[in-house]
Design a protein around this ligand. Sequence first.
Ligand code: TXA
Ligand code: MG
Length: 358
Amino acid sequence: MPRPKVDADQSGALPAFRPRIFRPTPANLARLAAVLRSGGIVGVPSETVYGLAADALSAEACKRIFAAKGRPSTDPLIVHLASSRELDSVAVASPTAYALASACWPGPLTLVLPKRAEVPDLVTAGKATVAVRVPAHPLFRRLIRLVGRPLAAPSANPFGYISPTTALHVREGLTGSGLRSILQGGECTVGVESTIIDLTHPTRPLLLRPGGLPVETIEGVLGQTVLRPPPACLDIGEAAPAPGMLTQHYSPHTPLTLHTRIDAGILEQLPENEAVLLLRRPEKSAAFGVVSAKVAANRVRWLSERGELEAIAHRLFGVLRAMDSEAWARLHSEIPNGSEGLAPAIRDRLTRAAARRN
Ligand code: TXA
Ligand code: MG
């Protein structure tokens, strides 16, 4: 076996360990399942974003997730199952929960339910509830089956940074964190995290985080409205129902300004060391092209051809990361309006990425 590569370290201290990316062969899956069974952590693909997984029933194992991410222990983890048949082993499910589970799982939906005693307090940050989801990525579910235990997994990024949608993003972010292994599962198809619905109130489902499953799909299954907290309620810090809803989250290092629309006129007025992210290919590409050609390639990028929300969500985090790694003084992005489909999730992530940086 070749020696894993290590990053050079200027200080003379031990070099940061660079996690190895494993192709999803049967032998590698068995090997990574063994790592998880013995209390280790593994970077895993899901259809939403990559996760950082550990045995959800072992507090010792889950401690390693918090340490690797630099995540505060007040922020609980999502527990992932291979099938909705296992829901009862970690949570107390209501008829509403079963209805959503059978209609929407596997998929980008997380349900918050009363927890079973088997789930360690560390996983739920001491809450009486647990967040549960059955991911759609077949490799993630295969790994859970091989381990034979539910897997706790937050997004596999250092706390507060943009979530990873490729195995390489995980390696970039978590080199030197203690993570040694990542399962290669390709690019995440959805590209934004799961929608989180709190079902602890018997009759009033509550949206905690807009995500990869549109809320209207959930309302269609339930035949009832899902409560959406007004945006102002999201900025409530530690007391938030989902601590990951802290206003600033998913943030690039480069300051980010949001616009409802960026046209060639706006671009022309921006300093040349600032870059622009459009939701769709500009109609008058030439106008943008002339301006961008004067400065640097890649100064203007777009996320979709015609504003397709799935394409925008799919590319959002990857393109933001790429722009963040370049030397722009500031990024400018358009945000989608509308309350349908993935628009609320995309708006939510961009709003948080831009918060308190300006
Ligand atoms: O798509 C996803 O959900 C990805 C993939 C890997 O499954 N996971 C993910 O995990 O986004 P994370 O940890 O980055 O975000 C989970 C959110 C956090 O905001 C956390 O506070 C919230 O879920 N959460 C977890 N348990 C909760 C609970 N019992 N009550 C309320 N919120 C909870
Ligand atoms: Mg996260």
